[in-house]
Design a binder for this molecule. Structure first.
Ligand SMILES: Nc1ncnc2c1ncn2[C@@H]1O[C@H](COP(=O)(O)OP(=O)(O)OP(=O)(O)O)[C@@H](O)[C@H]1O
Length: 381
């Protein structure tokens, strides 16, 4: 494999278990139950799924904020699964993370300048104090903040400005990979648009690689090259963003997309599946076989007995798999879904929802053509 073909990040059978104590005694939450994925340089891979599906735990395991229970993580071909000491410090430079709430990474008692200077100092970058100040000013400019913000406190900045500081802080160590965990979730829609535009511009200019974690599917569709759909710690579906959004294969992905507010005409097609119903089962007692079966309209007896492995979905009628998944360069990967009833799901999806499941085609917003604000040329000051 050449350097160009080798993934920047390669995750195999990653597992994270948390021992917990409840009223009913001790148990184990299998927050991440064995997932595999790659991220290539300069690309964005997104993790989506309902709350509690394990997205943040994957990020925390990559950052060594929690200890994986099993599996392997390679960064540029090097095993970083259980680094310690100096190696861990070096790794913290190579993988940076931006969180939903910028207050979490900004000390309210320090000027925001210091938040960005700190990683420069820790990693011995930027020279002396004056050199570091110049570098912080450059990083501020890169994220669209003028130098007059350097000596302000976090509370003197807006939410969007604080998130820009967090992004500048993440960029300080010139990382290989940036994990963006719900970075737009706490912002107003117009500010979300500005931050997404900023992240896209920085990726283009600096060749950045992102692992993007988000609930908002419209944001994910806009930001990603590739999507990983998680449910109860497992990967349900994995594919190129357009394949997954245009032709979702797994019943969970179909239901997740059908539950999203209509943002474009594609939503009309998605709404032929019933949206998600019911609660996510307790991670302490996940269902046997396929963990989604208790909420799946297509579930059959065999789903309780068989743990599904990811397989390519049958090609949509009239499409050639070679053409759909043809040569897309180093990120080209098969579209796969972990469901043993894909042919049945595919067959009934052509005509609508499975028997007995109410259609939601007439729900509010179906057919609406709202333009996503980040496509409308929202300014990126
Ligand atoms: N430190 C911990 N101890 C015990 N259980 C944990 C811990 N951290 C996470 N969990 C559990 O692991 C599962 C996955 O949680 P995680 O936060 O990774 O999900 P998520 O998909 O990121 O959710 P959200 O979108 O709400 O952030 C959940 O059941 C959660 O309660």
């Amino acid at each position: 494999m050449t350097d160009d073909e080798r993934p920047l990040l390669s995750v195999r059978d990653l597992q994270v278990r948390f021992p917990v104590t409840t009223d009913r005694g001790k148990g184990v939450v299998h927050a991440v139950a064995g997932i595999d994925f790659d991220i290539h340089r300069g690309r964005t891979v997104s993790l989506v799924g309902e709350s509690g599906s394990g997205k943040s735990t994957v990020a925390n395991a990559l950052m060594h904020l929690v200890e994986p229970s099993a599996g392997t993580v390679l960064l540029d071909g090097r095993d970083i699964t259980s680094v310690r000491g100096k190696e861990l410090k070096a790794l913290r430079r190579r993988i940076a993370m931006v969180f939903q709430d910028p207050f979490a990474s900004l000390d309210p008692r320090q000027h925001v300048f210091r938040a960005v200077e700190e990683p420069l100092e820790v990693h011995g970058l930027g020279g002396d104090r004056a050199g570091r100040r110049r570098r912080v000013a450059e990083l501020f400019e890169l994220v669209g903040l003028s130098g007059r913000f350097l000596d302000r406190y976090p509370h003197e900045l807006s939410g969007g400005q604080r998130q820009r500081v967090s992004i500048a802080r993440a960029l300080a160590g010139e990382p290989d990979l940036i994990i963006l965990d719900e970075v737009t979730a706490s912002l107003d829609v117009s500010v979300q648009a500005q931050i997404m535009n900023l992240l896209n511009r920085l990726q283009g200019e600096l060749g950045l690689t992102y692992l993007f974690i988000a609930h908002d599917l419209a944001v994910v569709e806009h930001m990603s090259d590739h999507v990983l759909v998680m449910y109860l710690g497992r990967l349900m579906e994995d594919g190129d963003v357009q394949d997954v959004f245009d032709a979702p294969a797994h019943p969970y992905t179909k239901a997740l997309l059908a539950s999203a507010p209509a943002a474009d005409p594609v939503a009309e097609r998605r709404r032929r599946t019933a949206p998600l119903e019911g609660e996510v089962p307790s991670p302490l007692h996940p269902p046997s076989g396929c963990v989604f079966r208790t909420r799946c309209p297509w579930a059959a007896d065999e789903c309780a007995r068989t743990v599904p492995v990811p397989v390519p979905p049958p090609p949509p009628r009239g499409a050639s798999p070679q053409l759909r998944h043809g040569n897309r360069g180093p990120t080209a990967r098969e579209h796969v879904a972990a469901c043993i009833r894909l042919p049945e799901v595919q067959a009934s999806s052509r005509t609508g929802v499975p028997a007995g499941v109410p259609s939601t085609t007439t729900s509010a917003g179906s057919g609406a053509t709202r333009t996503a604000p980040w496509d409308a040329g929202a300014p990126d000051p």
